[in-house]
Ligand binder design. Structure first.
Ligand code: URA
Length: 228
């Protein structure tokens, strides 16, 4: 059967993208992860290698949310294992936060890309609002189950997904904010604080990489102080 014919009924029929029908009615993170592997709630699953679900301890005190998996994450099936992930892990370490104690995930669970004009390279393409909204039920469930004390939002896409479309990371970074009431508060975690900072990819692209890296570490240190 051709892949597009096997797409989720709603996504295939263009009736709106939505991951909700794929969510299990009960179970913990492991069953959520298994269900996400079969998600066809939007067309991004068609070209991606696999779902890249969150990873880390089920009861992590710290959770970090990025935009979407990159090329290497798509191949390996794990979040933050490419260049941006390596930089992030180094920054976490410098801030005194072990990455093994953190739960890492993304707003969108499939890699979105365009093929490079020549060769086999795949160029990252930012997810749009429909894709982010479709994928949101997974993130909300992850948040509910992990219930972190601090949620670190990495970059503008994750910030807009969790704090609204007017969010600008430069205006709100490095300060502790109350956890937003997701889904009208029905499924939101009861407690916890949120801290926004730049995406590690932005550090890799910065003209002054050292200064940008120090800024990321300084922001993460605010989270580390809460978790001391
Ligand atoms: N960038 C992200 O936002 N997430 C990843 O998992 C990798 C790169």
């Amino acid at each position: 059967m051709d892949a597009s014919a096997s797409a989720a009924p709603a996504a295939a029929a263009g009736q709106g993208y939505d991951a909700s029908p794929y969510l299990p009615s009960r179970g913990g993170l492991a069953s959520l992860r298994r269900a996400a592997a079969g998600c066809q709630g939007c067309p991004l699953f068609l070209d991606a290698t696999q779902t890249v679900f969150g990873a880390g301890p089920a009861r992590a005190r710290l959770m970090l949310v990025g935009e979407q998996p990159g090329d290497q994450e798509d191949v390996r099936g794990e979040p933050f294992v490419g260049p941006a992930g390596r930089l992030l892990r180094r920054a976490l370490d410098e801030a005194g936060l072990g990455d093994e104690d953190a739960y890492l995930t993304n707003v969108v669970k499939h890699f979105k890309f365009t093929p490079a004009p020549r060769g086999k390279r795949r160029i990252h393409k930012a997810p749009n609002l429909r894709e982010m909204t479709a994928c949101r039920p997974w993130l909300i469930e992850e948040l509910r189950l992990v219930d972190p004390e601090v949620l670190v939002v990495l970059g503008g896409t994750a910030g807009r997904a969790l704090l609204g479309s007017s969010f600008r990371v430069g205006e709100r970074r490095g300060v502790l904010l109350p956890m937003p009431a997701l889904d009208g508060g029905e499924t939101a975690p009861a407690a916890g604080q949120l801290l926004a900072t730049v995406h590690p990819s932005a550090v890799l692209r910065a003209d002054d990489r050292e200064a940008a890296f120090s800024g990321l570490v300084a922001d993460l240190s605010v989270a580390a102080a809460v978790l001391e």
